[in-house]
Write a protein that binds this ligand. Structure first.
Ligand SMILES: [Zn+2]
Length: 324
């Protein structure tokens, strides 16, 4: 199969398959809306990592520009939290410029993507990682001083979390909190595995799309409901997605589905103006989504919170049973 064919095939499937995803779930948020009678649930889109390789036979330049087109079609600006290591070469620079030039904000996601809950990744490493990537992205016109923790892990002890927070303050960075966490990365991984195993023409792309959209709407409704109980209002949410194939293929339909379900969609930089992002949880509750850690800190949701908050283990059986 040539390079052109896989993408043409996917586009045909997406255009003609899977038409009626949106009307299947009750909309929890709009019920609350009527009770309050003011604003609506509001969401913005953030993306993590930034990879520069071809995926499942689709050229990097092609799938990257598909994500950018989805955002442009909706006139939306995202915040893109990038790792630094693979952004030094030409492809990496092209990736950064492609997002920056479209008006998206570029933010810091470390140099090598370490897990700071691991003991071997200490505060000195944190500082080095922050500064290395800062020196790469600070050249860009739409750079913002927001930092996102890999795996949303901020350190496993109070002392470490406190020291890391001090490094952020010393460098004038703020935590680029996620409020809606999800497992798009896992659906993406399974989709790629399937395409690589059986070929695109034998992959039920529309079924993956349906699962993906339902999963993300479900997680958004979950965090919105939890957030409403804590904050007594609709906050500006920041959804975590990844720079990957599922974003390239499904983001446009996902945005449309959020709109259909009554969500207001705003630019991510604007979303971070919400004062909820000043509510830093105590160090011992740091990590996961901001809403999850505030819920944990309140002590009122012990029966319902799961740890980790989001993980492949929660989606695995459902995907298995659907043959995905
Ligand atoms: Zn990441």
């Amino acid at each position: 199969m040539t390079r052109i064919l896989p993408i043409a095939f996917i586009l045909i499937v997406l255009l003609f398959g899977c038409k009626n995803i949106s009307s299947e779930k009750p909309d929890i948020s709009s019920r609350e809306d009527k009770e309050v009678g003011v604003s609506r649930p509001t969401i913005s889109f953030t993306f993590d990592d930034g990879i520069t390789s071809d995926i499942a036979g689709i050229k990097f330049e092609e799938w990257n520009s598909m994500i950018l087109s989805h955002l442009e079609n909706e006139n939306l600006k995202a915040v893109f939290f990038v790792t630094g290591k693979n952004k030094l070469n030409k492809k990496g620079q092209n990736l950064l410029n492609s997002w920056n030039d479209k008006g998206h904000n570029i933010a810091n996601h470390t140099f090598t993507h370490p897990n700071f809950n691991s003991q071997k990744n200490n505060v000195q490493l944190f500082k080095n990682e922050l500064i290395q990537t800062d020196s790469i992205i600070s050249k860009l016109s739409n750079w913002v001083k927001l930092f996102r923790f890999p795996y949303l892990k901020e350190g496993a002890s109070k002392a470490k979390v406190d020291s890391i927070r001090n490094v952020l303050i010393d460098n004038n960075y703020k935590n680029g909190y996620v409020t809606i966490d999800a497992s798009d990365w896992y659906i993406n991984q399974r989709l790629i595995n399937r395409i690589n195993a059986v070929g695109i023409e034998n992959t039920k792309i529309d079924k993956f799309k349906k699962f993906y959209i339902q999963h993300l709407i479900d997680r958004a409704n979950y965090y919105e409901k939890l957030s409403y109980q804590i904050n007594k209002r609709h906050i500006n949410h920041t959804l975590l997605l990844h720079h990957n194939l599922t974003s390239a293929l499904f983001l446009g339909d996902l945005i449309k589905d959020f709109k259909k379900k009554g969500w207001t969609i705003i630019n991510a930089k604007e979303a971070y103006q919400d004062e909820v992002f000043e509510k830093q949880p105590k160090s011992e509750y740091a990590g996961e989504s901001l809403i999850w850690s505030l819920a944990k800190q309140s002590g009122k949701f012990e029966q319902s919170l799961r740890y980790p908050a989001e993980d492949s283990r929660y989606e695995e059986n459902a995907m298995d049973s659907l043959g995905l």
